[in-house]
Design a protein around this ligand. Sequence first.
Ligand SMILES: NC(=O)c1ccc[n+]([C@@H]2O[C@H](COP(=O)([O-])OP(=O)(O)OC[C@H]3O[C@@H](n4cnc5c(N)ncnc54)[C@H](O)[C@@H]3O)[C@@H](O)[C@H]2O)c1
Length: 258
Amino acid sequence: MGSRLLGKVALVTGGARGIGKEIALALIAESALVFITDIDGEGAKATAALIHAESGYAHDVVDEAQWRAVMASVIERAGRIDILVNNAGVAVGHGPNDVENVTLETWTQIVNVNGYGTLLGCRHALAAMKEADGGTIVNIASIVSINATPTLAPYGFSKAGVAQLTKSVAQLGEPHGVRCNSVHPGIIRTAMIEEIGAYHLRTRDGSSGLASAQSQGRPVRFQTPRDVAMGVLFLASDEARGVTGAQLFVDGGTTSLG
Ligand SMILES: NC(=O)c1ccc[n+]([C@@H]2O[C@H](COP(=O)([O-])OP(=O)(O)OC[C@H]3O[C@@H](n4cnc5c(N)ncnc54)[C@H](O)[C@@H]3O)[C@@H](O)[C@H]2O)c1
């Protein structure tokens, strides 16, 4: 058990499974008190019990009343919030969500959860952290914030927005000691990527398996949820006190090496 986050109180959204669950584990392993939320409330509670998190909440990140309730509960129980990880997100799409085909319904769902859900988290954390004279927010974006993936048009739009929103929040928070950064995972084997991967990634032999998948003709470099969690841990810790408004790509070089 490490002590890099000893005395810190953290909230991780979308923590019932996948990357969020691994982030929660990484923060707990460094002695943070961690609260987990997810639209899948049973999943959030089950994960919290399994990994010894403080508590799990049912929480839809696009619902502002629920944000108020979750924040109030965390502050009532733990006295403060030092770290927010806006991880909840959706990709949605077994079919083409490209410019020619995407529907308003799909567009709205993806942009709302990834964009407005993240904005609400920033709004409510910023308010609490300003009062406490400090804190740190980590937003989970994606490599598609800069890499074009035409079949994921609304997802790319939303994640580019998350990167931009992060900079706005960093600017608002800076006078109050509140940092805000984004982490941009590459392709991570989670339920999300299994669900969308078969359609959106091509394999060399044309099959739908992910093992030899390619993106834009290049072999896919897979990262793990833990790789992402380690990036989040750094940004959430005081070791990153000089880092705000930054984008950390955890993609094995996908965006920088071509
Ligand atoms: N897996 C990848 O390759 C990859 C790559 C880049 C970025 N990301 C991002 O990482 C984050 C986690 O992705 P993952 O791969 O673990 O996906 P996942 O689907 O396994 O987990 C996402 C979690 O978010 C929850 N969620 C969905 N909508 C919600 C809402 N409205 N309110 C609260 N919770 C909600 C889900 O119930 C789920 O538990 C997402 O923001 C995703 O966009 C993933």
